[in-house]
Design a protein around this ligand. Structure first.
Ligand code: ZN
Length: 324
């Protein structure tokens, strides 16, 4: 941790202050004694002398976590009232960064259970605090979305499903947006990177919600998808066995279908347990998305858009119908 109470009862943090080495220090959460550590691998930090009395567990922090937390703190401090390692007794947890007492930024560098993530998210929401998870290296999106990553997804009409990544090596805050999955389960999305401590961080974090020109990209389509599906069925991949079962119920066979049957190939992420960070109802988005591609004459290319686009298309269709 980067904050402690010194022997005079003042809160000190190692990003801004240079505390006296020989002072005694205490944990702002449990009041237990902590020690100032100045090693060679980790930046200076405080560690509990004895951990057993502390319910605000954030020990064994990685160098990555400490560095990212202090970088974000310096960046935020220029423009907003921000607290680092804010103790929230009602929640029994410590927010990595708390902006103006209503936005918590959590630098998440290690995996956690989906249940724990859901609980922590809900605890914040119940207190009227919005929480934004910023993901360290181990949690970045690689080829496919894991079940855990789906629980970090946020949503906006302009940037669709999106999430934030922190890259310590490249020194950037990265926004992955218009996140989709294709039939292979591979992620297709757009990416924007913002260098640390350049530009206004609050404006950057708000970007998904600002009005902006329509976003779009051309989806990658697999012209040999039939071959892939045949292979998946041959190896009895559960997802494809289930889709084939559903096809049989309609008197169809996936292996006999033309490529157009699988259009659109770039699809919206699915999560049977919902999305912990998203409170909007997404049903109409999924419906508008599906309707739009069904109506396309040419099914040889797929252009992917912001959710706002599909909504507009569906409303203008309704308008046209009303006129007739
Ligand atoms: Zn403690």
């Amino acid at each position: 941790m980067l904050t402690a109470i010194n022997q005079d009862g003042c809160l000190v943090n190692l990003v801004m202050d240079e505390p006296q080495r020989n002072d005694r220090f205490y944990c702002p959460g449990c009041q237990g004694q902590v020690r100032l550590k100045q090693g060679t691998i980790l930046r200076p930090h405080f560690a509990h002398v004895s951990l057993k009395s502390c319910q605000y567990i954030y020990e064994n922090e990685s160098a990555q976590h400490l560095e990212l937390k202090s970088t974000l703190y310096r960046w935020l401090k220029h423009e907003v009232a921000v607290e680092i390692e804010a103790v929230l007794p009602e929640l029994g947890q410590i927010a990595d960064l708390l902006v103006e007492e209503r936005l918590a930024l959590e630098v998440q560098c290690s995996s956690l259970s989906i249940q724990r993530l859901q609980e922590r998210t809900k605890a914040y929401q119940d207190q009227g605090i919005e929480v934004l998870w910023l993901l360290g290296k181990d949690l970045w999106i690689k080829d496919k979305l894991t079940a855990l990553q789906k629980q970090f997804l946020r949503f906006s009409q302009n940037m669709g499903f999106h999430l934030w990544e922190l890259d310590l090596d490249k020194q950037v805050l990265r926004l992955r947006y218009l996140i989709h999955e294709d039939w292979h389960g591979q992620v297709q999305c757009l990416t924007k990177a913002f260098p640390f401590e350049k530009g206004r961080i609050m404006a950057i974090l708000r970007q998904p919600y600002l009005s902006q020109p329509l976003l779009s990209f051309q989806g990658r389509m697999d012209q040999q998808l039939g071959r892939y599906i045949a292979q998946q069925l041959y190896y009895q991949a559960p997802k494809w066995m289930e889709l084939q079962r559903q096809a049989y119920e309609k008197g169809e066979n996936l292996l006999a279908q033309p490529l157009e049957y699988f259009y659109p190939q770039v699809r919206l992420p699915q999560s049977p347990i919902g999305f912990a960070q998203i409170r909007e109802h997404l049903d109409s988005y999924y419906q508008d998305f599906s309707d739009y591609y069904q109506k396309q004459q040419s099914k040889r290319v797929q252009q992917v858009y912001s959710p706002a686009f599909y909504k507009q298309e569906s409303q203008s269709n309704l308008g046209r119908k009303a006129l007739l």
